[in-house]
Unconditional design. Structure first.
Length: 258
């Protein structure tokens, strides 16, 4: 499933390297999420991620230009809760995450349930942009494979459940990654079984959505996303401190409603 990186992928990777060289270094910054009683610190590096090194492995190749249901083009985000009719003026919340990102797992543990409730209630249009830059940093392909597996789960109507399983069971050691068997366990825990699980497995093995995941990484970098988690409400970046509790996130969504 490997092939020589294309010139476009190489250029995108080189752009990341140049961005890292121009940054203020690799020092750790703390993004503090304040709760009413407990202060939870999301540890992040260079704004939440590490743009450090070029991958020494070949790019993971997928099964063509397949798009998850609801996605309009390569590079575009995945609209969650497509079966929900948004309320009039509901803001769009773009969520940029990498499945191997510890800060993303922390974000999901604190604010994920609230964001999901707002999306399911039609109070926000939630769009996920699943990135895979950590494959290069960590020397594996787990972000890509987990992203592909999540969109395979979307074919069974279980994207959100699978997404939640991955972040809830992210390895304690960054870079440990996900085996195919682990990903299958997430699919089963997400409620995929029987014929649907067989179809999911075929999708995983074929790398059906790998090219799509790669395209989201390239597009998000072009769009100025330099860290994960990155949250944009109606196209504008939001400081995590300003939405650091369920109450603050809810208020920010309400304030952005037209």
């Amino acid at each position: 499933m490997a092939k020589k990186p294309s010139s476009t992928a190489t250029s995108a990777r080189q752009a990341k390297i140049e961005a890292a060289r121009g940054s203020s270094g690799g020092g750790a910054n703390k993004i503090v999420v304040a709760a009413a009683v407990v202060v939870v610190a999301i540890i992040a590096v260079v704004g939440g991620v590490i743009w450090v090194q070029q991958s020494t492995k070949d790019a993971v190749a997928g099964g063509g230009n397949a798009l998850p249901t609801g996605v309009t083009a390569l590079g575009a985000g995945y609209p969650a809760y497509a079966d929900v009719t948004p309320a009039a003026g509901a803001p769009t919340v773009d969520v940029y995450e990498d499945f191997q990102c510890p800060a993303c797992a922390q974000f999901e543990s604190i604010l994920g349930p609230t964001l999901q409730n707002l999306g399911e209630a039609g109070k926000a249009k939630v769009v996920y942009h699943v990135k895979n830059f950590l494959d290069d940093n960590l020397g594996n392909d787990s972000s890509t494979r987990a992203g592909n597996a999540a969109f395979c789960a979307s074919d069974a109507g279980r994207f959100q459940e699978f997404h939640n399983q991955v972040f809830a069971h992210q390895p304690a050691k960054e870079g440990a990654g996900y085996t195919d068997e682990t990903l299958k366990g997430f699919a089963q825990a997400a409620g995929i079984s029987g014929a649907a699980l067989t179809t999911w497995q075929k999708c995983l093995d074929a790398g059906t959505y790998v090219d799509y995941v790669n395209s989201v990484e390239h597009q998000s970098f072009s769009d100025g996303v330099r860290g994960t988690p990155t949250i944009r409400i109606n196209g504008s970046d939001v400081e995590l401190q300003s939405i650091g509790t369920p109450e603050l996130l809810t208020q920010a969504i309400q304030n952005a409603t037209k």
